[in-house]
Design a protein around this ligand. Structure first.
Ligand code: HEC
Ligand code: HEC
Ligand code: HEC
Ligand code: HEC
Length: 242
């Protein structure tokens, strides 16, 4: 699988340092950042805004963004979020051609992505620079210049153009997961998908989001930050009874 190894970061990061850190992570496996270090979401070597840290690009312990500053509505902010959210609030969403009357159509999408997927799109729709995080000495948001497409064009999910976003060619997200009513989709218990091999998380009120399939913190070891190994389509078959 061409995953982390082919990631551009591994070409930029100085190898001896990352090897050293990964070694330390193995020796002291309790270290919280062991999985994130060197992952696709470890931007610490870029030293943006003067930080040589991992979490700060997305979180801050103090002066986190308010909902108004981040361009979000109530309840839309992530934990101690340190970034502006995408201003796009009407994403074009996936439409089912094949399963008319399926759960997708019945429950619909939130085109404004009011759940945690919006956090991902604050980088992955290409409208907010990745290094737009933190604050200047006037406490104003810092506006960066490096967009996701410049690092990896394929990572431009929900590709933005101006203030439009397009998720119509992506697996549906931001909809209420079927509650055991669809014979070809596994059921749920509270906010957990009862996967055939592995439980997977839902967010908000039983919403399927990007973070249902992906672990932004690279806690799982599967390629593309996936929560379930997709060898033999194991990820897909965890939910789809086919
Ligand atoms: C690239 C952005 C990004 C980076 C970097 C990042 N996080 Fe997160 N974090 C998120 C998002 C998005 C969520 C909400 C979605 C989720 O929980 O999966 C989240 C949720 C969390 C949560 C609450 C939910 C949970 O999993 O407990 C904690 C705690 C957290 N992050 C800690 C950290 C720490 C500590 C670091 C650095 C080692 C870090 N994060 C780095 C994006 C990021
Ligand atoms: C701070 C900006 C930022 C945020 C927020 C962010 N990402 Fe990323 N992500 C990136 C960048 C940049 C890359 C490309 C890294 C590369 O190719 O080296 C990436 C890569 C990825 C990859 C590919 C990993 C690989 O191994 O090739 C996945 C999957 C991903 N992100 C999912 C998510 C999800 C899901 C969320 C939200 C829960 C999220 N990202 C939030 C910036 C971000
Ligand atoms: C149903 C599960 C699922 C959902 C939901 C999902 N993804 Fe993915 N994603 C995948 C799989 C599987 C891959 C690996 C595809 C491959 O290797 O060709 C992937 C790959 C990626 C990549 C890497 C692209 C590349 O070629 O480097 C990024 C970035 C990404 N996803 C971001 C997101 C974002 C952002 C969302 C929400 C808008 C999201 N994903 C929702 C399953 C999912
Ligand atoms: C976390 C559970 C989950 C995972 C993992 C998952 N899906 Fe889905 N998928 C769903 C749900 C729920 C729907 C919406 C219900 C429906 O209409 O079938 C859906 C919808 C779809 C659709 C659209 C069906 C339609 O009505 O047009 C396709 C195609 C699809 N998934 C393929 C995949 C593939 C391929 C993978 C693996 C890369 C995958 N899914 C992984 C839960 C999942």
């Amino acid at each position: 699988m061409k995953t982390l190894i082919s990631s551009r970061w591994h070409r930029i990061v100085t190898v001896p340092l990352s090897v050293l850190l990964m070694g330390a992570g193995l020796l002291f496996s309790g270290a919280a950042s062991a999985q994130m270090t060197g992952s696709a979401h470890d931007f610490s070597s870029l030293n943006w805004n003067g930080y040589d840290e991992i979490c700060v690009v997305c979180h801050t312990p103090h002066n986190a963004y308010s909902e108004t500053e981040a361009g979000a509505g109530p309840g839309q902010l992530g934990p101690l979020w340190n970034r502006t959210l995408t201003a796009v609030n009407n994403f074009a969403t996936y439409t089912s051609l094949t399963r008319v009357g399926s759960d997708i159509q019945a429950t619909g999408f939130q085109a404004d992505l009011s759940g945690v997927s919006k956090l991902c799109l604050s980088c992955h729709d290409g409208t907010i620079a990745i290094d737009s995080f933190g604050r200047d000495t006037n406490n104003d948001p810092i506006i960066g210049t490096t967009f996701v497409g410049a690092i990896n064009a394929n990572a431009n999910i929900g590709e933005g153009s101006g203030l439009t976003g397009d998720l119509s060619n992506d697996h549906p997200v931001a909809f209420t997961f079927p509650d055991g009513t669809d014979s070809e989709i596994v059921g749920i218990t509270a906010n957990v998908v009862n996967g055939q091999t592995t439980p997977m998380p839902l967010f908000g009120t039983a919403q399927m989001e990007c973070a249902t399939c992906h672990d932004v913190h690279a806690t799982a070891t599967f390629g593309k930050l996936l929560r379930v190994d997709n060898t033999g389509s194991g990820l897909c078959l965890n939910c789809h009874i086919k």
